[in-house]
Write a protein of this length. Structure first.
Ligand code: SAM
Length: 247
């Protein structure tokens, strides 16, 4: 069943009004009619089953039939700081990270990122990336739409995660400590914690960058004894966290 996201202000006692681009999507792309049913979420863990009762050009009125609690969200907020990869890999990373329960994705600029994005290009990329996040959230039954935040440099990321309860930089040169240490770090994550995961681009992190992260309380962890592609690494890290958090 199709799921749509609204702002809390659009939820009334017995009805929910749909506005914006979803109106056109429902009317002209999905060609839905009065009487059809859809699911609506407002970013909380509630999901309403609704029936379309009125369709206008700029809004669609639905009647609330029932409401249920959804447990699709992880209890902690995981932020993926992704070294901007080449080509359109970022789109794949965003889609999979949303399926895996990520809370937000931050494109990260580090020394070995080769992609150059000026302000205008960054904005158009972010618009596209956020559309991908929204469609992945709908497909995977999320009750929130993870946001792709503005690009940050490593120093900004270190500042951003300062108060996070858990922050890690997967670094393939820490293998001597193995995944046992990673498991210990992940097991400590509690509901409502904010978790930061920093993943390098194809060329990885420079040693100095890892040093800066360590000086800011970000722990270097191993994701195993093999070198993972940048698009694989974030997914493994999210999977490890999800394994302990999902229940
Ligand atoms: N140095 C790598 C190489 O020799 O190909 C390049 C970096 S790897 C393609 C991209 C990122 O994935 C790394 O910066 C790191 O964040 C993460 N990564 C890959 N394999 C890892 C591992 N075994 N343990 C921890 N992190 C890993």
């Amino acid at each position: 069943m199709h799921r749509f996201f609204v702002d809390r202000s659009q939820v009334e006692k017995e009805k929910i009004v749909i506005l914006g681009s979803d109106v056109n999507h429902i009317r002209n792309v999905l060609r839905m009619k009065i009487g059809d049913q859809i699911q609506i979420s407002d970013g909380s863990n509630q999901v309403w089953l609704c029936q379309i009762v009125q369709m206008e050009n700029d809004k669609i009125e639905t009647e609330i039939l029932s409401v249920e609690e959804s447990f699709a969200e992880l209890p902690a907020k995981i932020y993926l700081f992704q070294g901007i990869p080449k080509g359109d890999k970022m789109e794949w990373i965003i889609q999979k990270a949303v399926e895996l329960g990520v809370y937000a994705i931050v494109p990260m600029r580090t020394n070995r990122v080769v992609v150059k994005l000026d302000k205008e290009k960054e904005q158009s990329k972010r618009n596209r990336w956020n559309k991908i996040a929204e469609s992945a959230a709908k497909q995977s039954g999320r009750t929130v739409i993870p946001e792709v935040l503005p690009i940050m440099g490593l120093e900004e990321v270190c500042h951003f995660v300062k108060e996070f309860e858990c922050k890690m930089i997967p670094y393939e040169c820490t293998n001597e400590k193995g995944v046992g240490r990673t498991r210990k770090l992940v097991e400590k994550i509690q509901p409502k914690d904010r978790v930061g995961v920093l993943i390098g681009p194809e060329g990885g992190f420079e040693k100095e960058e890892v040093e800066i992260a360590l000086q800011n309380g970000i722990e270097a962890v191993s994701l195993g004894k093999r070198i993972l592609r940048t698009e694989t690494a974030g997914m493994i890290a999210l999977g490890m966290i999800m394994l302990f958090l999902e229940e």
